[in-house]
Design a protein around this ligand. Structure first.
Ligand SMILES: NC(=O)c1ccc[n+]([C@@H]2O[C@H](COP(=O)([O-])OP(=O)(O)OC[C@H]3O[C@@H](n4cnc5c(N)ncnc54)[C@H](O)[C@@H]3O)[C@@H](O)[C@H]2O)c1
Length: 341
């Protein structure tokens, strides 16, 4: 597979490191409009480790223009790790040429924009695949939680909460206020950060019937923190996300799922990070294979393209619905009322 990566910031570097480990794939092109991203000094910073790839770009040709890259490098697959407002136009361009697209989350700025991308995918030459990188679905702890919920081994879920907290993102290289702070470019904290947990609620409990959210906005009207109660029927399920934390706080992702006969806890700043507390017997750390979610999602997509039997983990329609839930959360926070889905 001839692979091209568009956008060589934090996520582009992260994905590049993964693609190098995929047998049968070769990164033939990298594209970023900012040439400095390819300099030796351009080590990426982000909220998770793994993006510090070396500056050995192998045989990959470097481009500044996306369209030119598609024409000249003729990739079979393009991995879009561009700022969110560019996901739909760039992905549509590639799909129209029959190029498979892996696109970073969130799928688009709004559910309506997601529908534009879905329509472009349906209109693409037969066999062209599209995947949105909602990476938590490929993270072992969340997959383990899904297995526990589905097996019912510890009974039904009583309550669950999910959270994601960080300082404001500051890892882009364009100086000043980055694109992340402009809601028209990133969708703001609800779509950029909190969608990971929204998508987890969706993945583990299905599409909620309604959402009830509250949010804090800064003096410029930008959302800084959001908390949501999801009506999933039965369990009490909440999630919150914010980037108003102090820089020294760093980053934390966490969840807690209370079953009738056990509690499952994951918190990136706690030791052990992941632990199951049964009502009977001692707490234990579930044994999980050591694997990287970005690598897992890329491997899964390659298997899917290859026609192999893959577990049904994600679909573009589900990614659209996660954006739809976030749209509803934003509307609920603004109106102070519950919003039905
Ligand atoms: N899955 C995850 O865990 C995760 C984490 C962080 C970001 N993301 C998502 O990944 C995407 C990218 O985020 P990031 O943190 O890598 O951003 P970033 O700002 O670090 O990188 C984006 C890169 O795109 C380049 N770019 C901008 N416009 C371009 C254009 N027209 N043509 C070519 N290059 C262009 C920029 O120069 C920059 O290098 C966003 O959608 C974000 O939400 C996902």
């Amino acid at each position: 597979m001839r692979v091209a990566i568009a956008g060589f910031g934090f996520m582009g570097r992260m994905h590049y490191g993964c693609w190098k480990k995929v047998a049968g794939a070769e990164v033939v092109a990298l594209c970023d409009r900012d040439k400095r991203q390819f300099e030796a000094s351009a080590a990426a910073n982000g909220n998770v480790a793994g993006a510090d790839v070396s500056c050995d770009y192998g045989k990959a040709e470097i481009f500044e223009d996306f369209g030119r890259m598609l024409e000249e490098a003729a990739p079979g697959l393009v991995d879009i790790t561009l700022p969110t407002f560019l996901h739909v136009p760039m992905a549509c361009q590639a799909l129209a040429k029959g190029i498979h697209v892996l696109c970073e989350k969130p799928m688009a700025l709004t559910a309506a924009d997601c529908d534009t991308l879905l329509a472009a995918w349906k209109a693409a030459p037969a066999g062209t695949e599209l995947m949105i990188g909602q990476c938590l679905r490929f993270r072992n702890e969340y997959a383990y939680a899904k297995r526990l919920i589905e097996s019912g081994v510890y009974g039904r879920v009583i309550a669950a909460r999910f959270g994601r907290y960080s300082a404001a993102p500051g890892w882009t290289r364009d100086g000043g206020k980055s694109w992340f702070f402009d809601e028209s470019l990133s969708g703001g904290v609800a779509l950029d950060l909190h969608i990971h947990d929204t998508d987890m609620v969706h993945f583990l409990f299905g599409l909620p019937r309604s959402v009830t959210s509250s949010a804090y906005y800064d003096n410029d009207g930008a959302m800084i923190h959001i908390s949501t109660l999801y009506d999933v029927g039965g369990a009490s399920v909440t999630a919150e996300g914010g980037w108003g934390m102090a820089k020294s706080f760093g980053f934390e992702r966490a969840f807690q799922i209370v079953f009738e006969r056990a509690t499952l806890v994951m918190a990136s700043n706690r030791t052990p990070e992941f632990c199951l507390y049964p009502m009977e017997g001692k707490p234990f750390v579930p044994e999980l294979p050591a694997s990287d979610p970005y690598q897992n999602e890329i491997n899964w997509f390659m298997d899917k393209i290859g026609g192999g039997a893959v577990e049904s983990v994600t679909s573009p329609e589900e990614s659209r619905d996660s954006v739809r839930i976030v749209d509803a959360e934003k509307a609920s926070a603004r109106s102070g009322k519950s919003v039905c889905l």
